[in-house]
Write a protein that binds this ligand. Structure first.
Ligand SMILES: [Zn+2]
Ligand SMILES: [Zn+2]
Length: 457
């Protein structure tokens, strides 16, 4: 066993292409293994985090939904899942998380702490809300303005401070620490950015003339209303984008603080650091504004940096997915997974040695605003929705891209030209493969559940 600590940083909704704009992280990359073509397995936080820490696709662990849409049936298997923190805890690691998501995300953590007082209040309110009948809850959702519903749970500065406090307390022990930064999630740190008169360049250029109210020309639905409530209808769209970049810069500074803290304590040389996001963010691409639905590249490509003690910097080409992290990290530690046959991810350590992975495909799915599945293989990317109804986005009240989409990523990296009709054979093959994969995942879920029931007996 390599006695390394683990600090696992998740920056919510951080696009892959923002990494180059982050001063500290681009410098820190030169000390890390950089996985260039990394993908999340979904585009919402709850299932993504569950997949990241388990090495299982959403359909395998069962949590395909997010937030208030997670139902008890989605959670039937999570108790049986071998989360990495659970595995390491059994090996004597102290396990801690800085986050506010709670619920099953607490599994395997000795300490699960949220840096804000506001959350405590919210917990009291949500306890009361839980007792209300569904109809009353729906009514509250309709009358309470969206502004109060869209908010950051806490600030990066507070998360870092709490993370450092926890590390201080755990000093001398081997530890696993998860730190979740939220600032790059809508509404970003918008008002602060406006106050400071900040102006950041956006990775996705937005015409400087357009305002939030102009969105209603392109998309209809509750989401436009939410954006108007949050930002004001006269707000320029590129100002919101600027706030996104400003928030990324703030998180960058906080990670720098955390890394220098580890260095000062002489812990960094003994710590595996993972820096990634749970999913990306669409900044207007495909008519998806300041949110992370859709299985297009802006929402599913993620930054992925691994700081591994004793390993030199290298850039690794080829596909990688969040589900590969658990087998890879365990392999670096020299720890055996208790049920490796259940894992969906691949151990990338050998690939890291040679500088390229041989993962042949990338899988992702979404269920929150629309139900779609994605397969990326070679130069092609295929997206499909099982039914026309499931393809309708409940945020934008529109179908983004169609029920079946195929893109040639070599010739059309922005996914603008759907060739599903021109290449029906490729589309059919990829659909068959996707359907077989999802069937396997469901089967595997049943097996994981059975295995753990047997183990308990
Ligand atoms: Zn998220
Ligand atoms: Zn939409």
């Amino acid at each position: 066993l390599n006695p390394y600590n683990i600090v696992w940083i998740v920056i919510d909704a951080l696009r892959r292409d923002v990494l180059e704009h982050m001063q500290f992280l681009s410098k820190f990359s030169a000390r890390c293994v950089v996985l260039e073509d990394a993908y999340s397995v979904t585009n919402t936080t709850d299932p993504s985090l569950t997949s990241m820490l388990s090495g299982l696709y959403p359909l395998t662990h069962g949590v395909v939904q997010h937030g208030e849409r997670v139902e008890p049936r989605h959670l039937a298997c999570v108790g049986a899942v071998d989360f990495i923190q659970k595995i390491l805890k059994k090996l004597g690691y102290a396990t801690a998380a800085v986050d506010y998501l709670g619920r099953w995300h607490r599994i395997g953590f000795d300490i699960y702490a949220s840096p804000i007082r506001r959350v405590e209040k919210r917990t009291a309110v949500s306890t009361i809300k839980k007792l209300l009948p569904k109809r009353v809850k729906m009514l509250i959702r309709r009358v309470v303005p969206a502004r109060t519903r869209l908010g950051l749970p806490y600030l990066a500065e507070d998360a870092t401070e709490l993370a450092m406090k926890i590390i201080g307390e755990l000093e001398g022990k081997r530890f696993f620490l998860l730190v979740h930064y939220w600032d790059t999630h809508i509404p970003y740190r918008f008002s602060e950015c406006v106050e400071h008169g900040c102006s950041f360049e956006c990775p996705h250029a937005i015409d400087a003339r357009y305002r939030v109210r102009d969105l209603s020309r392109w998309v209809r639905g509750e989401w436009v209303k939410k954006l108007v409530d949050t930002f004001g209808e006269a707000t320029l769209l590129n100002a919101i984008c600027s706030a996104y970049m400003y928030s990324a810069a703030l998180v960058d500074r906080e990670i720098e603080k955390l890394v220098s803290f580890l260095e000062q304590r002489k812990l960094l040389d003994n710590t595996i650091m993972i820096v990634t996001s749970d999913h990306g963010e669409s900044l207007g691409e495909h008519g998806i504004w300041f949110d992370h639905h859709g299985l297009y590249e802006p929402s599913v490509r993620v930054p992925l940096l691994l700081h591994i003690p004793g390993m030199d910097h290298r850039r690794v080409s080829g596909f990688a997915q969040h589900v590969d992290l658990v087998p890879t990290i365990l392999s670096v530690l020299g720890v055996k997974h208790p049920r490796p046959e259940t894992l969906d991810g691949e151990d990338l350590t050998a690939a890291i040695e040679v500088g390229s992975t041989n993962r042949s495909l990338v899988y992702a799915e979404e269920a929150y605003t629309e139900r779609k599945f994605m397969l990326r293989e070679g130069r092609y990317k295929y997206i499909y929705s099982p039914t026309p109804e499931a393809a309708l986005c409940r945020y934008c009240n529109t179908v983004h891209g169609g029920i079946e989409e195929l893109y040639d990523m070599d010739r059309d990296p922005l996914e603008l030209n759907n060739i599903a009709d021109q290449q029906p054979d490729i589309a059919r093959e990829m659909r068959k493969k996707l359907e077989a994969m999802t069937r396997d995942m469901v089967r595997k879920r049943v097996r994981i559940k059975l295995l753990s029931t047997h183990a308990k007996r």
